[in-house]
Design a protein around this ligand. Structure first.
Ligand code: ASP
Length: 339
């Protein structure tokens, strides 16, 4: 009897376009290496057209959720993105989701999805440092790799991933660390893996809760409470903190020097704001390494919170999510230790 070989079904991947440089183009006269281009002009469907090998990797369904420079992301747009990704993940005809996104705020969107989308299906963000019109554009290969990772069974349950420059990063850790180079993304603890010969190869997994094990759920979140970030530099002014309080911020991330250090002349200000009920969250502007509780600032006496090793932009999001659950300082501290 002849054995019939069934055609192999390709994984079905939803591609959500949001804009950014991966969807960017420069005018012909700008030159092949010019940084002068317009982001967010090429549609998600056209991005797919430009990468023929994608057809071998997955069956893609493209949609254009947004067409923006990622600098223009607001919390409302972030919530809309999370709702859309969550809706796609529950569909039986979707095996994984890829989001094309500007690189400037990719780490924030990725982290928000990592904490709020209740799905073990692979969710991968990717982008580009150069527009598609550049001589050595990185967008096409990044997109191919992102889809290959999203389409691979081994990517399930790892939380939200960022695939850039052949590396696979966890949304918990990754940050944009260079304004121009192709290796612009890095994680303080290293990438989770790499794309090798078109498939993911894993080295490690994140230990902290995410997606299905996170206590936050986009389905239960209508709006995000306002949380501000104040980044430290020499000669600070209290007006920066007061401005956030006037704007209605319920928590302020103090992005301090080194280990979240607070200048002596600002310590009474932070203590006063804590006493007023504003949650003060101490992070490090360095972007890596832990902030130690009660070191150089009396967190216990003031009722302030430290971020563990979360960088200030992600600390803002985690603090806002904790506030949606009614967290006080003690509960928020536990959230930062946990995530
Ligand atoms: N400004 C662009 C953006 O974030 C930069 C990029 O995508 O690389 O949308």
């Amino acid at each position: 009897m002849r054995r019939m070989t069934q055609p192999q079904a390709r994984p079905r991947i939803a591609l959500v376009g949001t804009g950014g440089t991966i969807a960017g183009a420069a005018p012909a006269q700008a030159g092949d290496t010019s940084a002068a281009y317009q982001s967010a002009v090429v549609t998600a469907a056209d991005l797919i057209e430009r990468v023929p090998p994608l057809a071998r990797v997955a069956e893609l369904q493209a949609e254009q959720l947004l067409q923006i420079d990622s600098a223009d992301f607001t919390d409302d747009l972030l919530l809309a993105l999370a709702r859309r990704v969550a809706a796609l993940c529950v569909r039986d005809d979707v095996d994984g989701v890829v989001v094309t996104h500007g690189t400037d705020t990719m780490e924030e969107s990725a982290y928000f999805l990592h904490l709020t989308v209740k799905s073990a299906k692979p969710i991968v963000l990717t982008g580009a440092m150069r527009p598609g019109t550049a001589l050595a554009a990185d967008g096409p290969v990044n997109l191919l790799h992102a889809v290959a990772v999203a389409a691979h069974a081994s990517s399930a349950g790892r939380g939200v991933l960022v695939v850039m420059n052949e590396e696979i990063h966890s949304a918990r850790d990754v940050a944009k660390v260079h304004a121009m180079r192709l290796d612009a993304f890095a994680s303080p603890h290293g990438p989770l893996g790499a794309v090798v010969e078109g498939a993911p190869r894993w080295w490690r997994a994140v230990a902290r809760p995410h997606t299905t094990s996170s206590e936050f759920d986009i389905a239960a979140i209508d709006t995000l409470p306002l949380v501000g970030v104040v980044t430290s530099h020499g000669h600070m002014r209290r007006e920066l903190y007061d401005a956030w309080v006037t704007a209605g911020a319920r928590a302020i991330v103090h992005a301090g020097f080194g280990g979240g250090t607070v200048p002596a002349y600002l310590k009474p200000v932070l203590a006063e704001l804590c006493a007023q009920g504003v949650l003060m969250v101490r992070a490090s502007r360095v972007g890596a390494g832990p902030v130690i509780r009660n070191a150089n600032f009396d967190d216990d006496a003031c009722g302030s919170v430290v971020t563990d090793d979360q960088n200030p932009p992600r600390a803002r999001l985690l603090a806002a999510l904790a506030l949606t659950c009614g967290a006080d300082a003690a509960a928020m501290q536990q959230v930062f230790w946990r995530y």
